[in-house]
Design a protein around this ligand. Structure first.
Ligand SMILES: CC(=O)SCCNC(=O)CCNC(=O)[C@H](O)C(C)(C)COP(=O)(O)OP(=O)(O)OC[C@H]1O[C@@H](n2cnc3c(N)ncnc32)[C@H](O)[C@@H]1OP(=O)(O)O
Ligand SMILES: CC(C)C(=O)C(=O)O
Ligand SMILES: [Mg+2]
Length: 566
């Protein structure tokens, strides 16, 4: 590709990173979560949310469990301002939730921001100014001390306004915006200058937010920057280090996870990663990654379909079908070997009554996020296999297909999908199976069967079958003896003028639990003299008649109509 040499690394990692965090292998506790859906997410929408939409989305974020929510940039627009006023005036902010607002470090904007907060019980005021080399040179055209002054002037002003509004419990947050393109020692200097003005205490900590405003490096570099900041911030014990990764390189989640290992305490992100350009870090993925490591994320995504629906409704964005945890297809297995392993894994878990989850190919139990095994997991197309088809027939329709029969049904079903070039629904799978194997009564149909004990028969369970059978349109009556009812029927059928060349290979039966509790299903396999096998399935309220139907189905599959042409 041309022009690669137009680019160079634009970040400044610490000279001697300790990278101690590498020794940890997972995030051990939930961070403080702050949703920025209503601010960073909203400012990136083609049409930002209306006031009513923001109110509804706010309520939903509260329902999920966010305790800190950045509700907007009140100085930006009337809607933003009025939205905050509505939350305050109509008492819509629960006592355990703190709203956060963003402000540039400019006098009139800070003033307006504090006005918008009048009467609120608790609030985080979030101040930012850009600190990167590129922004200093190209946008602000200022040297480092002047950039520090922008931050400290704003910080001092915020302290004044807060003092004038003692009815509100204010917390302060500062972001060296464009942190990832800022020399780490300068980032520490500017943050420390702000911290020194705010003088945090154990009762009133400040938040230093270190944004990956533009994601510029590999995640371990961002984490080493976070480690450096944690080691060099003044009054660290009274500072909450917050991370705000964006996803320009597609690794925001990794930035956040490694950043937490490196000392971060708090995460700012959005549902499904909505936000500027490629988005903010996806809080759903982050939280669910913790969940799948056995850590309570302190956010509730147990009804993921509802989360997706709500997100799509208010942002007018779509959740990608392969979006981790939330996408429509993230639990779906179309391919045969995956289906086989999942079906066996699910059975294993059920039989062993396991308390921890380890089903192959399913890192998460779909039911834990409100998804269903039947509809979401095993799906059938031309890549599917016998295990998947058998799973569908058993779990959706109650047919426990014998092992030896599965491969034949698997190929029959996937051939249909291949020919029609489409996914088959469970009902279509069942219909194909039923059409081909179950109660096939043409050209042979036993219309009447009666049994009586054969008193002179040597075997204890000797039976006589008296059957009426229609074969290719003609009706016959035969009577024969056998060592059981099915054997007697088979022998009676062999009395017909047509040659039926077969021997029994296998027979099995079970109650059909899902279709009807009073029905039974029977499976018969017969083999001709060439070694070709024919399966048939029978269902009936009477288990004996189910087995008769299975035999007749197998015979009909062996002997098509042309067999009976005289
Ligand atoms: C990474 C982020 O997401 S940061 C948040 C970004 N979000 C938004 O900007 C959405 C809301 N913003 C707005 O509605 C508007 O930008 C407002 C109302 C805040 C300000 O509007 P305006 O003053 O008309 O315009 P604008 O934001 O372009 O201001 C640019 C000026 O502010 C300065 N400026 C920009 N950001 C900051 C900052 N954080 N602190 C101090 N000054 C700043 C610029 O250097 C520029 O200065 P100049 O006038 O001397 O050239
Ligand atoms: C305002 C800041 C925190 C921001 O959104 C960013 O840097 O991405
Ligand atoms: Mg951002």
């Amino acid at each position: 590709m041309k022009n690669y040499n137009k680019y160079k690394v634009g970040y400044f990692p610490p000279d001697k990173p300790h990278n101690e965090w590498v020794k940890k292998d997972h995030v051990e506790k939930a961070p403080i979560w702050c949703s920025v859906d209503l601010r960073d997410g909203n400012q990136a929408l083609i049409v930002p949310m209306s006031l009513e939409e923001k109110v509804e989305f706010f309520k939903y974020l509260v329902k999920i469990g966010f305790k800190q929510i950045e509700v907007g940039f009140p100085a930006a627009s009337k809607t933003e301002y009025q939205f905050l006023r509505k939350l305050v005036d109509e008492n819509l902010i629960p006592d355990d939730v703190t709203v956060q607002v963003l402000t540039q470090s400019r006098k009139h904007i800070i003033k307006k921001t504090f006005e918008s907060l009048k009467g609120v019980k608790k609030a985080i005021v979030h101040l930012y100014n850009s600190t990167s080399l590129a922004q200093r040179e190209q946008v602000f055209k200022k040297e480092k001390p002047e950039i520090i002054k922008i931050a400290t002037d704003g910080a001092a002003l915020m302290k004044e306004y807060a003092a004038q509004n003692p009815e509100t419990e204010f917390s302060f947050e500062y972001s060296p915006e464009s942190f990832t393109g800022t020399e780490v020692d300068f980032a520490a200097d500017i943050c420390n200058a702000v911290i020194d003005i705010w003088e945090p205490t154990a009762d009133n900590k400040v938040i230093i937010n270190l944004p990956g405003t533009v994601e510029m490096s590999m995640p371990h570099v961002y984490a080493s920057q976070i480690e450096y900041m944690c080691a060099n911030l003044h009054n660290r014990e009274n500072v909450i280090v917050s991370l705000h990764p964006h996803n320009d390189r597609g690794t925001a989640v990794a930035d956040a996870e490694l950043g937490l290992l490196a000392g971060g305490d708090r995460i700012e992100g959005t549902l499904f990663g909505n936000g500027e350009r490629t988005g903010n870090v996806d809080v759903v993925t982050l939280a669910m990654n913790m969940f799948c490591h056995g850590v309570d994320p302190q956010l509730d995504f147990s009804n993921m379909p509802e989360v997706v629906e709500t997100y799509e409704k208010y942002t007018d964005m779509k959740v990608h079908p392969r979006q981790p945890y939330g996408g429509q297809l993230v639990f779906a297995a179309f391919s045969g070997s995956h289906q086989d392993a999942i079906a066996k894994g699910m059975r294993w878990h059920k039989e062993k009554d396991l308390k921890t989850w380890s089903v192959p190919y399913l890192p998460l139990d779909p039911q834990d996020v409100g998804r269903e095994y039947e509809a979401d997991v095993i799906r059938i197309n031309s890549q599917s296999g016998k295990g998947g088809v058998a799973y569908i027939l058993e779990n959706n329709f109650g047919y426990m297909i014998p092992q030896q029969m599965r491969e034949e049904i698997g190929y029959m079903v996937k051939d249909i999908s291949d020919k029609e070039h489409k996914e088959l629904t469970p009902v279509e799978v069942y219909q194909a199976f039923a059409r081909e194997y179950v109660n096939v009564f043409d050209p042979i149909d036993i219309t009447d069967a009666a049994f009586r004990k054969a008193s002179d028969f040597k075997a204890n369970d000797g039976m006589i079958a008296d059957i009426k059978v229609r074969i290719a349109g003609k009706v016959y009556q035969f009577e024969a003896v056998g060592n059981g009812r099915l054997d007697a029927i088979s022998n009676a059928l062999k009395m017909s003028p047509y040659t039926f060349d077969y021997k029994f290979i296998t027979y099995s039966e079970h109650a059909l639990s899902s279709e009807s509790s009073s029905k039974a299903a029977a499976y018969v396999c017969i083999e001709d003299k060439n070694g070709d096998v024919f399966w048939g399935v029978g269902t009936h309220e009477d288990i004996i008649l189910a087995s008769v139907n299975a035999l007749v189905s197998a015979l009909n599959r062996q002997n098509k109509k042309d067999h009976f042409v005289e």
